[in-house]
Design a protein around this ligand. Structure first.
Ligand code: CP
Ligand code: NVA
Length: 298
């Protein structure tokens, strides 16, 4: 059966653990030798494009970057036709899309693995790098407390999924209207041995956390809502005062790009608690790990 990565929940906890182990393993077999990987981007990218291209090269393959407008998913031709055609050229298809269902529909028909490189709903590649980075810095995630402050967005959802799968406790501190609804929390809680909850007060959300995460308040595609969103999130900037409620030695995490003075104070992201550059570099290592896994390495 062809495996895909559309959401973190496509993998079992054991499989996530295997992928994280492969991500740290030097000298993986060149499973993509002589093969192509399609990288389709409907949105801009720095980390995802570069980390995926280099991971493909490290596995012996050839990445083919394509702008979303060129293939025109559901504009020039259907997501299904694109997947079926490209699967004849490439060993893996990867796409960054606005609507989550585009990658879901590609995966449904594709005979080769399809990777979600970020949709409006999920960012599973980011979650793998986040988990690897936290594990490297704080040790195994089982039993650890993780906090998310700000918008319950694509990155927040995938992080919650991986935390619960790996046995961690994630607490969200989000404004009303931007928080995970009770059914979504119930879904997260059913995924594994960890747990997920929401606290309206950020100091309660970060209490006891070894890792404090945030992301931009304005995701790609939400630019028209920028001013309204900034007004809604004003009290949710991660500051040194907020970090003081977390565990001593707690780390600060951000998928980047970051907006200093909005979701995070410069003193935090540029300070000693920040692990954002290691986190960004781990995007390449986890991309290589998951590509190897999807190509059958275990
Ligand atoms: N974190 C992340 O996905 O960054 P890019 O948008 O630059 O790929
Ligand atoms: N939530 C952000 C993540 C960027 C990597 C967005 O979707 O734009």
């Amino acid at each position: 059966m062809t495996r895909h990565l559309i959401d973190i929940t496509d993998f079992t906890p054991q499989e996530v653990t295997t992928i994280l182990r492969l991500s740290e393993q030097p000298g993986l077999p060149k499973v993509l030798a002589g093969l192509g990987v399609a990288l389709i981007f409907e949105k801009p990218s720095n980390r995802t494009r570069h980390s995926m291209e280099m991971a493909v090269v490290q596995l012996g393959g050839h990445p083919v970057y394509t702008r979303g407008e060129e293939v025109g998913i559901d504009v020039r031709e259907t997501a299904e036709d694109i997947a079926l055609v490209m699967a004849g050229y490439h060993a893996v298809l990867a796409a960054r899309v606005f609507q989550h269902d585009k990658v879901q529909r590609m995966a449904k028909v594709s005979p080769v693995p399809v990777l979600n490189m970020l949709s409006d709903h999920a960012h599973p590649l980011q979650a793998l790098a986040d988990a690897l980075t936290m594990q490297q810095i704080h040790g195994p995630l089982a039993g650890k407390r993780v906090a998310w402050v700000g918008d319950y967005n694509n990155v927040a959802r995938s992080l919650g999924e991986i935390c619960v799968l790996l046995g961690a406790t994630i607490t969200y501190g989000c404004p009303i209207g931007f928080h995970p609804a009770p059914p979504e929390l119930a879904r997260l809680n059913a995924l594994g041995s960890g747990s997920a909850s929401h606290q309206h007060h950020t100091e309660d959300a970060v209490a006891g956390a070894v890792a404090v995460h945030t992301d931009s308040w304005v995701s790609m595609g939400q630019e028209a809502e920028k001013q309204a969103r900034i007004a809604s999130f004003r009290a949710y900037t991660v500051t040194n005062e907020m970090m003081a409620y977390a565990e001593p030695g707690a780390g600060f995490y951000h998928c980047l790009p970051a907006y200093r003075g909005l979701e995070v104070a410069a003193e935090v992201i540029d300070g000693p608690a920040s692990h954002v550059i290691v986190q960004a570099h781990n995007r390449m290592h986890t991309a290589r790990g998951v590509l190897a896994f999807l190509m059958g390495v275990s």
